[in-house]
Design a protein around this ligand. Structure first.
Ligand SMILES: [Zn+2]
Length: 129
């Protein structure tokens, strides 16, 4: 599994086999994570406040994406501002959970290096970085 598909499928950044979000998906706890990866023991919260950085990442990325969407709708499709923002609100509502989880997944994948032997070493040892 490569880096991008590991990020997209919310896999553990170290072993790329375990899941970093609890399954099945729970609407009341969309960002619930197990303490450690069940395959290699990688901590999903390596330090307190670890995911603050992902909020900034998400804010910047979605900010540019949403400006781009509105610009294309208004300038490309000649829509009114009201109609463009209505479409944007629907888009944001539909992609909210994916965006929030993806930001965390990208963040932990940036911070934790892939280790091809991690799965064989097992989950006996808890790892931070
Ligand atoms: Zn793992």
């Amino acid at each position: 599994m490569n880096w991008l598909s590991s990020v997209w499928n919310y896999k553990c950044p170290r072993c790329r086999k375990g899941d970093i979000f609890t399954k099945p998906f729970n609407f009341s706890k969309p960002l619930d994570m197990p303490d450690t990866c069940t395959v290699c023991g990688q901590k999903t919260m390596p330090e307190p406040g670890f995911y603050y950085g992902s909020m900034f990442l998400s804010y910047i990325a979605t900010g540019f994406l949403y400006i781009g969407i509105v610009a294309v709708l208004i300038l490309g499709f000649h829509m009114s501002v009201e109609k463009a923002f209505l479409i944007l609100i629907v888009f944001v509502a539909l992609t909210y959970f994916k965006t929030a989880r993806l930001a965390r997944s990208i963040w932990i994948h940036i911070m934790v290096k892939y280790d091809k032997n991690a799965a064989e070493l097992g989950s006996g040892r808890v790892r931070t970085f």
